[in-house]
Write a protein that binds this ligand. Structure first.
Ligand code: A3P
Length: 323
């Protein structure tokens, strides 16, 4: 299932490249047993994961703002996170807060589980077992958001500009391990995992092809931006819950960008005290559709358009890049 290539490991099918360190645990994550009453939030990074986790958690927990004060990483664990970085690279205080697979196994139902893994690397019966909310976002804003994420988290050590980042992100060749031969090992270890390990299109298109499965709800970040209330209602219906008019209005306010950015249970500001995160940046950063226009010049933008067109050819998936 996970053949080895040049010291890295490549999933087959899918072509998702992972470091050996992760591959040692990949089988365990792959076999992690979902429960019928779980809800999984599965996304490519920077597509609005945290926003959706909070939305799902609140709906599943009767909009309980008191219990909702606990950090989102505790309420809605990040499945593969403990295995993403080699031991010793994370501040000890942070490691203490980490929810391990064994802890997730013990969590009371209903569990709201986050994963950035593509379906290929998750339990093959996941969708037949429990509900999954998948969120996609237009690739241009994903690149921009991911670029800022790489700057915010010092651990990534990315020093290039946004256009260089975009090129790395797009270039299929660069998905190959060989690309990193000109990058210091430290960056290989860290960047690899967070950016290039999962090419965006196979991740999103695989989910898109599963969108009609009765246990799957496929959302777009841009729809959440455009009509948050409508999307809350859609998610509640999918999860078989009904919210009162008051809860709906309240939850909409709770999830509105300005409030969300101030909400300490989701904004990750507390993580700054552990180091490794720039003090002047924010995890809940800008929350806009179309921020790519402030980042890309015409030439790189053209290349990104071509890359998107090439990858969407023959599919009926369309992205909204401005509202
Ligand atoms: P930007 O960097 O473009 O601002 P993830 O949780 O998957 O890492 O996604 C992070 C992105 O979602 C960030 O995008 C963040 O600002 C945005 N986001 C988080 N909460 C949001 C909200 N309530 N409204 C709009 N965007 C939000």
């Amino acid at each position: 299932h996970f053949p080895k290539v040049d010291g890295f490991v490549r999933s087959d099918p899918g072509g998702f490249v992972m470091m050996e360190e992760y591959a040692r645990h990949a089988e365990k994550v792959y076999r992690f047993q979902p429960r019928n009453d779980d809800v999984w939030v599965v996304t490519f990074p920077k597509c609005g994961t945290t926003w959706t986790q909070e939305l799902v958690w609140m709906i599943m927990n009767d909009c309980d703002k008191v219990r909702g004060k606990a950090p989102i990483i505790i309420r809605s664990p990040f499945l593969e996170f403990p295995y993403m970085l080699p031991p010793g690279t994370m501040p000890a205080e942070f490691t203490k807060m980490m929810v391990t697979l064994e802890m997730v196994e013990e969590m009371p139902s209903p569990r709201i589980i986050k994963s950035h893994l593509p379906f290929y690397l998750l339990h093959p019966k996941l969708l037949d077992t429990c509900k999954v909310v998948y969120v996609a976002r237009n690739p241009k804003d994903v690149i921009v958001s991911y670029f800022h994420h790489h700057q915010l988290m010092e651990v990534h050590g990315f020093v290039g500009d946004v256009e260089t980042f975009a090129q790395y992100f797009m270039d299929d060749e660069r998905m190959d391990c060989s690309i990193h031969s000109n990058v210091p090992l430290f960056n290989v270890w860290l960047n690899f995992f967070f950016s290039h390990v999962f090419p965006l299109f196979p991740h999103i298109l695989d989910a898109w092809n599963k969108r009609h499965h009765p246990n799957m709800l496929f959302l777009f970040y841009e729809d959440l931006k455009k009509d948050l209330r409508g999307e809350i209602e859609k998610v509640a219906k999918f999860l078989g819950k009904s919210l009162s008019e008051e809860q709906l209005t309240d939850l909409r306010e709770h999830l509105r960008f300005d409030n969300f950015a101030k909400n300490e249970s989701v904004n990750m500001e507390a993580a700054k005290q552990f180091g490794g995160m720039k003090m002047d940046g924010h995890f809940i950063r800008k929350g806009k559709t179309g921020d790519w226009k402030n980042h890309f010049g015409p030439e790189i933008n053209k290349r990104i358009d071509e890359w998107i067109d090439k990858n969407l050819k023959g599919t009926d998936l369309k992205f909204v890049t401005e509202l």
